[in-house]
Write a protein that binds this ligand. Sequence first.
Ligand SMILES: [Ca+2]
Ligand SMILES: [Ca+2]
Ligand SMILES: [Ca+2]
Ligand SMILES: [Ca+2]
Length: 138
Amino acid sequence: MTVQPSAFAKFSMCSLLAAGLLIAGAPVAFAGSDVVKEYDKDADKTLDLAEVKAAASAEFDKLNKDSDDTLDRAETKGVVKGKAFKAADPDKDGTLTKAEYMTIVESLFKKADVDNDGTLEAKEFHSKAGRALEKLID
Ligand SMILES: [Ca+2]
Ligand SMILES: [Ca+2]
Ligand SMILES: [Ca+2]
Ligand SMILES: [Ca+2]
């Protein structure tokens, strides 16, 4: 990966500030830009809600190993946290439909979109909501 020196400097600052929040190490360092690149269909360097939902829909299908239209806790292990799962499962049947999954995706999208412009840029994926969202789409 090529990184502009200035961008890298900016990122280093950022990661110094965020150091306390980051879990040990480099693997997550460029996760935000990777996820944007991967799902940015119109190549505007940001992900809009439609792009995020398309990715989330594909991820739902991938996670749904038994193809029964819902995700149970085992299928969402490491992807949806217990608390988020409960909140997204209003009928409390222990499974998430795709619609329920999309509700989590939309709410995290809004939380991660700190400048409220309707799109997520790479740096917005570095927030807590952004990282949680990334798990749901990638
Ligand atoms: Ca885009
Ligand atoms: Ca399932
Ligand atoms: Ca449910
Ligand atoms: Ca934004």
